[in-house]
Design a protein around this ligand. Structure first.
Ligand code: AMP
Ligand code: ZN
Length: 402
């Protein structure tokens, strides 16, 4: 154990039951949101107990109450739901998976990591992003006659509320704050920063949050634009900028605060939406073949925040409304892990009802979406082919390493 770790008090708690790998992973990931007094929670190899790392100075009693409540809800999620695989592609490249891709991209000057879950990129990374994004847009245009669009990066809280986001992922929301319209508050802020070394933030009572948020799911801003309309089988596709507060979980291209999603939304009858979901599968296969990567599309559930997790996950798994594109990459420990690089979702008439969008029968329209996490595709591609152009498909290498 290194010195850093010995600063934390370690307490072992029993889980209410044994959990599978997926639930154990979710418990660890979401544990950063449980209490300011908890550094992290780790599930032990027995999958029946967990270690709570309590921060120095925190009240162990307070912290344990929260940890216990959190673990009780998280561990009651369904474990071992049957996973169905719909698509599986195999790469032709036989080279080993490349470790430390994030670091390698930074070293080559193709990526800059700002250290807070944001990255800048250029050269081969930018060209690969464009290639995947453009090709997906082209294929969606051909297969679904998808219309192009552009949507804002901010979204108002009422829309997010209507989308049910506060109910399912309250931990991931980012509110936009402004200094209050007050000459003294503005002057205080200006003076505090006029010759200071670092930035000084205004005191909390000088900031107001009026309900603008950063958009946390690519498809949300499209629904208000359809309000009051009758939509009989239409598809829309665009590149959306997405923000999710990931707290201390941020890491390179795998877990960003700000990332890009190539989104496809389909709206119409249930038959239309289900047919679109089926037609999306060979497109994912074609994209994976283009960049020559191992990839799977399989049933999945969302990592909902603890308090709502069990019921919603059960519903998602039972209805098979979420499929995920899983692409093998390497974790921080060097082990192969399945990176979620996109999702294919059916929403039923949820958005149709909430946003008053009707199908041709006058009933609330059905919707569905496909979101490709572009930065994760890039990470997966560089993991599976490394930095040497000769290992990449010839035409892709010619485009991105030019
Ligand atoms: P979701 O709507 O949750 O299915 O997310 C759509 C896709 O966005 C996921 O399949 C990931 O590929 C990508 N994604 C989600 N969260 C992050 C993140 N923090 N950093 C980078 N990509 C992400
Ligand atoms: Zn969506």
């Amino acid at each position: 154990m290194n010195k850093h770790m010995t600063e934390f008090e370690e307490v072992v708690l029993e889980l209410p039951g044994e959990v599978d790998d997926e639930v154990a992973g979710d418990i660890e990931k979401e544990s950063v949101f449980v209490s300011p007094g908890i550094e992290r929670i780790r599930v032990n190899a027995d999958h029946k107990t967990a270690r709570i790392f309590v921060r120095p100075g925190a009240s162990v009693d307070d912290v344990m109450g929260k940890a216990r409540r959190y673990l009780d809800v998280m561990a009651k999620q369904l474990s071992g739901f049957e996973i169905k695989v719909f698509v599986e592609t195999r790469r032709r490249d036989r080279g080993p998976y490349q470790a430390d891709v994030n670091e390698g991209l930074v070293q080559r000057g193709w990526m800059h990591d700002y250290g807070k879950g944001q990255v800048a990129y250029s050269g081969p990374v930018l060209r690969l992003v464009k290639l995947i994004n453009d090709r997906a847009g082209e294929l969606y245009g051909k297969a679904f006659d998808a219309k192009d669009g552009h949507f804002p990066a901010m979204i108002d809280a009422d829309t997010l509320h209507k989308c049910g986001y506060f109910d399912s992922h309250p931990n991931a929301v980012t509110f936009v704050g402004n200094i209050i319209e007050d000459i003294d508050a503005l002057e205080e802020f200006r003076l505090a920063n006029s010759c200071s070394e670092g930035a000084h933030m205004p005191p909390h009572d000088h900031v107001h949050i009026d309900g603008m948020c950063l958009n946390p799911a690519a498809c949300f801003p499209c629904y208000p634009t359809l309000t009051g309309r009758t939509v009989d089988g239409e598809a829309y596709s665009w590149l959306g900028r997405v923000f999710r507060y990931e707290s201390r979980n941020i890491r390179g291209l795998d877990r960003l605060y700000e990332f890009n999603v190539r989104e496809l939304v389909f709206v119409g009858s249930e038959d239309y939406v289900r047919a679109c979901r089926a037609k999306a599968l060979p497109i994912v296969e074609e994209l994976a073949a283009m960049v020559d990567i191992d990839c799977k599309v399989q049933t999945a559930t969302d990592p909902f925040f603890a308090t709502v997790s069990a019921a919603k996950k059960f519903w998602q798994a039972a209805q098979e409304v979420k499929n995920e594109i899983k692409i093998p990459a390497l974790g921080a420990d060097g082990e192969v892990k399945q990176l979620a690089c996109g999702s294919i979702n059916l929403h039923g008439n949820f958005f149709g009802k909430r946003f008053d969008i009707k199908g041709s029968d006058g009933e609330p329209a059905q919707t569905g979406c496909v979101g490709l996490g572009i930065e994760r595709w890039v990470l997966a591609c560089f993991t599976q082919h490394g930095f040497e152009p000769s290992r990449w498909p010839k035409d892709v290498a010619a485009k991105i390493f030019a």
